[in-house]
Write a protein that binds this ligand. Structure first.
Ligand code: C5P
Length: 224
């Protein structure tokens, strides 16, 4: 049986990878893995259960025991809807901290790989191309300046009716970027062979069509 294809989209927060991954999965009719949501769930549950964000043993045991279901528009954890909660700033911070712990990453590795189902998977995160699906036929690394990424996040939150300061957002994005890039385990970096796209001055449609062109040239898309 032919390998089930995977397209990985990695990059820092606000680079547009979540949006691009969702649109790509929809266009191709493939499954979608939002791996950041899994780290957000672990971070959120750690806060609820008051587990220290560096307690590897308890974090890993908790992560292994959770039943996480991600549908198109909801994230359910042990049957509880945590869709809105995991997008809160407090949880973004906790997710970035627990994601730096190797035992946490190990605990959710198989769950991530199990999402590779017919006819294909679009996986977005930080280490999709470097660690989780290194053999993916198409790997993308999406970036943008930190200023533009902070503005995108700001607008996203504003549209949801949440009030945040742009300066505070910029500072926290910078801090999380640094942590993701410098951590010892699965640091954020382009996978070997990844195509690099700087989305700073590109529309969503332009990024999407660039990725679709690459997918087409590799024979990954249905013939059109
Ligand atoms: O992409 P998102 O902002 O939802 O990810 C939340 C956090 O999870 C990130 O700040 C990052 O530290 C972590 N993460 C990760 N590896 C992934 C996806 C997310 O370390 N594959």
């Amino acid at each position: 049986m032919a390998e089930i294809p995977v397209i990985t989209i990695d990059g820092p927060g606000g680079s547009g990878k979540g949006t691009i991954a969702a649109l790509l999965a929809e266009r191709l009719g493939w499954h979608l893995l939002d791996s950041g949501a899994l780290y957000r769930v672990v971070g959120a549950v750690a806060l609820t259960r008051v587990i220290p964000l560096d307690d590897d043993g308890r974090l890993a045991a908790m992560a292994t025991g959770l039943h996480i279901r991600i549908t198109q528009d909801a994230v359910l954890v042990d049957g509880v809807d945590m869709t809105a909660r995991i997008r809160e700033e407090e949880v973004s911070e906790a997710a970035s901290r627990v994601a730096a712990r190797q035992p946490v990453r190990d605990a959710i590795l198989e769950l991530q790989r199990a999402q590779r189902r017919f006819p294909g998977l679009v996986a977005d995160g930080r280490d999709m191309g470097t660690v989780v699906f290194p053999e993916a036929p198409l790997k993308v690394y999406l970036d943008a300046t930190v200023q533009v990424r902070a503005e995108r996040r700001y607008n996203q939150l504003k549209n949801k009716g949440l009030s945040v300061s742009l300066a505070a957002l910029l500072a926290s994005i910078q801090e999380r970027d640094e942590r993701d890039r410098r951590r010892a385990v699965a640091p954020l970096r382009p996978a070997p062979g990844a195509i690099l796209i700087d989305s700073t001055n590109m529309s969503i449609e332009a990024v999407l069509s660039r990725v679709l062109d690459e997918a087409r040239s590799l024979g990954l898309t249905p013939s059109t």
